[in-house]
Design a protein around this ligand. Structure first.
Ligand SMILES: Nc1ncnc2c1ncn2[C@@H]1O[C@H](COP(=O)(O)OP(=O)(O)OP(=O)(O)O)[C@@H](O)[C@H]1O
Length: 256
């Protein structure tokens, strides 16, 4: 049966699209290769997991790490106030209890240990780690929620998490927030009033090793000392606009 002119037009249009998007063929070939290599019992479930992580190596993301109480959350909030259209927060999951004022989907996705373990086993997390007795993690979906809007995804991740992100397909920029001193860090944690003596001492104990790792040459793309908050945010913003020129174009040069 010969094709009608209308069918020919549709076919030409589809072929033109596929030529402009060679990643479609590569994505399908990768999937087929994975299926024949791993021979999954449940192909639909396998496909869901396989495609959940597709393209995650190409998204714009920034990992903001540092010891507890150094000001990661504060700096991220400031950046998002300054550049509301350009940055979005990649909301992590946690099994820890909700602190006063924290909202589901804004500060964290609050979940149970069992639900989180199951989601991790299904391959839905880029990284996860147990910190101070609770699970924390960054899901593929949380990063996608931000980057599909064209925004740079800001991630608040502890040092253990950083090490696993480095082993994941995500290719973010890594920023370490350093305290001016251990005394200042302790005062900030005390003044925040969120920790018991025991949790405070665990956090300070971990902080020394974290600062060693964070300030070791080559572990981070940028180290920012959070002494004066506005200065720290200025230092960070200026580097972010170099890394992601689209931020500067959209925000206007005066902001930086
Ligand atoms: N430059 C700064 N000068 C003074 N206080 C600060 C500064 N930056 C942050 N703080 C204060 O220090 C406390 C800790 O900050 P924040 O909660 O942002 O830390 P964090 O690194 O996100 O901690 P965690 O990892 O435990 O969530 C807060 O009370 C915050 O207001």
């Amino acid at each position: 049966m010969t094709a009608t002119p209308h069918q020919n037009t549709i076919r030409a249009d589809q072929e033109a699209y596929l030529q402009e998007h060679p990643e479609v063929a590569s994505l399908l070939n990768d999937f087929l290769r994975a299926v024949v290599e791993q021979k999954p019992e449940d192909v639909f479930e396998f496909a869901r997991q396989h495609f959940a992580g597709a393209g995650v190596d190409r998204v714009d993301a920034v990992v903001v790490a540092g010891p507890s109480g150094v000001g990661k959350g504060t700096i991220i909030r400031k950046l998002m106030e300054l550049f509301p259209q350009q940055f979005g927060f990649g909301c992590s999951h946690t099994t820890r209890g909700r602190r006063e004022g924290e909202q589901e989907g804004v500060h964290y996705h609050f979940t149970s240990l069992d639900a989180m373990r199951e989601a991790v086993a299904r391959g839905e997390f880029i990284e996860h780690a147990e910190v101070h007795g609770n699970l924390y993690g960054t899901s593929v979906a949380a990063v996608g929620d931000v980057t599909k809007k064209g925004q740079v995804c800001l991630l608040d991740i502890d040092i253990q998490g950083v090490k696993t992100v480095k082993a994941s397909p995500l290719r973010p920029k890594y920023v370490f927030i350093a305290p001016p001193s251990m005394e200042v860090l302790e005062n900030r944690l005390r003044d925040r009033g969120t920790e018991s003596e025991e949790s405070l001492s665990t956090r300070l104990h971990n902080a020394r090793e974290e600062v060693d790792y964070g300030t070791t040459q080559g572990n981070f793309d940028l180290v920012v000392e959070n002494d004066d908050l506005d200065q720290a945010v200025r230092n960070l913003s200026s580097r972010l606009t170099e890394w992601f020129p689209k931020i500067k174009r959209a925000a206007g040069e005066s902001l930086v």
